[in-house]
Design a protein around this ligand. Structure first.
Ligand code: IVH
Length: 676
């Protein structure tokens, strides 16, 4: 291949990949299979590998793989990024509209564009001649941080603007948007973090902010972030007459834009729309904390201008905060499987946003110190959606001097001094034989995706450890009927069932066992990759860090964690004991993502963890098809809440019916949790 031919093909491939990328990540409407996409991508990588001079910054291959930074450079916004003033009720909205009319000396209704206020992290994306140049955080509104490399990993941010006939191409375009993590992606990320012994994020916004603030963009790349654009900064070469035209043009150039923008004439329509969005809020894929009301006409916007860093032409109309005040009765410390010590506030129970809340995670010592939270304090707590309740702030004026400061000093169970490892915010109990850690390790070991031992609930596990019948996970395999029958409230029949479940679990796969060991950072997906490479626990134990890092998805952190785990003599002893208890490995379950090939799915009713599009994408990623009508070819009917007539019809046809949770379980079984 000569350089000219290479350049031509690279140009074609980039265009094609960008096209499919846009269909998948922005329009939620893919046209080709994952395998087809991968083929194009690999071909591009191959040619670029042979002609490295032809690699451009906007090549799809350049989204990942940049070396970590030592710090973020400052980035200045040519036009400051303003903030919004807030309306909290209808009266505030009426007042906002009245002020605008008065300022403009107008009597007739103003046309507003009303759209969701996304709860994420504000960013600015600058394009020069259609190519993504710099991306930054808001910072103080004038100067933020240059996080270009992290933003490039977000697939819904175009690296090159789409050119369309009859539509201008600005020589410079600054786009503003919000980087968010979808509610279901957030839940999945937290589940994974808990499994891997990491503290969970309090809410999607914190998770998005934490993911963007990474000096190593390869970490950001693993988080399924999304970017929804809602406005512009400085632009050269194109004019817009209305806000809705801006949104339309952004969408044409390839940006993801909310589908929930509505034209409202006057306040009544705004209030009606607000009520409507309130009713569908829980179904939206992203967390929103209100609406933004914007004067649609750009000339009027300009006339209105700004006042003290907020535009006069826009306002946030916030949802009622799901906040309450209550009192902290105590602070306890929970011990995780990896020894992470998490402080938890025990509070006088209150109803927040419809649910009773009596506990809130305080995350770590820094968080307690930053907010100066003490036992006995009256605090404001908050619950957003179904995220973990959090303490927002202390009401200092309610203190009477009897409040007690709190420090994490020791493991509450084994009393070992708490340690804080370098670079970590959490304290840990590092004692190998800590019974609290052991209990958590056993709960993980027996869980569904690990050894799948049914019947060993938390109460029984606690008793097994407290009575010293089980001193490590391998001891489960030498339990006898007498041991179990000696426990409280355990019927003879269930002792037999548990023993059978323990026996059955010996027939397992290597990946399940690796996952079950509970090595930090090793979730079930990475466990599969390790099993596929080493085929044998002994070989994995002997593997060097460098060797493990040869596996595409395994980085230095995971490799060190695995090596460290196997280097501990106590762990080696447990592994030897496990292997000599007669565990048999079945052939490895392959990480094949085309498992649904030839299967047709049909959805009815509302799903709570997915939008229809997301569910469809999950099926299609695995090679299955989603159809809209029921026929004898329908393999599965997935029934969400409030299913329609399809459910009864499917029942009469004898079609497999899955509840939402069963569908989720099926997805997990097929690919593990590591895929997004
Ligand atoms: S417009 C000059 N639209 O809210 C107008 N902001 O308090 C500035 N936000 O920093 C923003 N969704 O991060 C606008 N649809 C939306 C928004 C939105 C979320 C955030 C944005 C901004 C903050 C303003």
């Amino acid at each position: 291949m000569d350089p000219q031919a290479a350049e031509n093909e690279i140009g074609k491939l980039k265009k094609e990949i960008n096209y499919h990328n846009h269909r998948y990540y922005v329009l939620d409407d893919p046209e080709i299979s994952d395998a087809g996409y991968d083929r194009l991508f690999r071909r591009l990588e191959e040619i670029e590998g042979r002609f490295p001079d032809l690699i451009t910054t906007d090549s799809p291959t350049q989204r990942v793989g940049a070396p970590p930074l030592t710090k973020f450079e400052p980035a200045t916004h040519t036009i400051p990024m303003l903030s919004l003033s807030n309306a909290f009720d209808e009266k505030d909205v009426v007042e906002f509209d009245r002020r605008i009319k008065k300022f403009l000396r107008r009597e007739n209704e103003i046309l507003y564009a009303v759209e969701p206020k996304l709860d994420g992290v504000a960013v600015e994306l600058v394009y020069s001649d259609g190519i993504f140049l710099v991306g930054s955080t808001r910072g103080d509104g004038i100067t933020g941080e240059n996080i270009t490399q992290n933003l490039k990993t977000i697939k819904s941010i175009p690296l090159t603007l789409i050119r369309r006939e009859g539509m201008g191409m600005p020589s410079r375009l600054a786009v503003r948007g919000e980087v968010c993590l979808g509610v279901s992606a957030f839940k999945k990320l937290n589940r994974k973090r808990i499994e891997e012994g990491e503290p969970p994020f309090a809410n999607p916004r914190n998770a998005a902010a934490g993911s963007l603030r990474q000096l190593d963009s390869n970490v950001t790349a693993k988080r399924p972030l999304d970017c929804l654009c809602y406005g512009i900064g400085d632009v050269l070469g194109v004019n817009f007459t209305t806000h809705q035209e801006i949104l339309h043009m952004l969408s044409c150039w390839g940006f993801k834009v909310t589908r929930h923008v509505r034209s409202c004439s006057g306040t009544k329509e705004i209030i009606d729309y607000y009520r409507h969005i309130m009713t569908i809020r829980e179904e939206l894929p992203y967390e929103i904390d209100g609406l933004v009301i914007k004067v649609d006409d750009r000339i009027l916007q300009e006339r209105l201008g700004e006042i003290s860093r907020s535009p006069r032409w826009a306002m946030a109309y916030k949802f009622p905060a799901t906040q309450e005040t209550t009192k902290i009765k105590d602070i306890i410390v929970q011990v995780g499987r990896t020894g992470a010590l998490t402080p938890v506030a025990i509070m006088e129970p209150v109803i927040v946003g419809g649910a009773e809340v009596g506990r809130a995670s305080l995350h770590n010592q820094d968080e307690i110190d930053k907010k100066d939270i003490r036992i006995g304090d009256t605090v404001v707590i908050q619950r957003a959606g179904d995220v973990i309740p959090e303490v927002v702030k202390v009401i200092i004026s309610k203190r009477d001097g009897r409040e007690k400061k709190f420090r994490i000093s020791q493991c509450p169970v084994c009393k070992t001094r708490a340690q804080r490892l370098e670079g970590e915010a959490v304290h840990r109990c590092l004692r190998l034989s800590c019974p609290a850690k052991l209990k958590e390790s056993i709960k993980h070991f027996v869980s569904k995706r690990a050894m799948d031992i049914d019947g060993l609930g938390d109460k029984i596990v606690n008793q097994l450890v407290d009575t010293k019948l089980v001193k490590d996970i391998a001891d489960l395999y030498s339990l006898t009927r007498e041991d179990l029958e000696g426990l409280e409230r355990l019927a003879e029949k269930s002792a037999g069932n548990i023993l059978a479940a323990i026996r059955n679990s010996k027939n397992t796969s290597l990946s399940r066992l690796i996952y079950a060991l509970g090595i930090r950072h090793v979730g079930d997906h990475l466990a599969k990759l390790l099993a596929e490479r080493y085929h044998d626990l002994k070989k994995l134990g002997e593997a060097t860090r460098e060797d493990m890092e040869e596996i595409y998805e395994i980085g230095p952190q995971v490799a060190s964690s695995v090596a460290e785990f196997f280097s501990q003599e106590a762990n080696q002893r447990v592994i030897d004991k496990l292997l000599s208890s007669g565990i048999i490995f079945c052939p490895q379950e392959k990480t094949d993502d085309r498992e649904f090939k030839g299967k047709n799915f049909l959805f009815t009713g509302t799903l709570s963890s997915f939008s229809r599009d997301e569910a469809k994408r999950e099926v299609e990623k695995r090679g299955g098809r989603v159809t809209s009508s029921l026929s004898s070819k329908t393999g599965f009917l997935v029934a969400g809440g409030g299913p329609g007539s399809k459910l009864a019809k499917a029942q009469s046809l004898g079609i497999n019916i899955l509840k939402e949770q069963e569908f989720i379980d099926l997805l997990r079984m097929e690919t593990g949790d590591g895929k997004n």
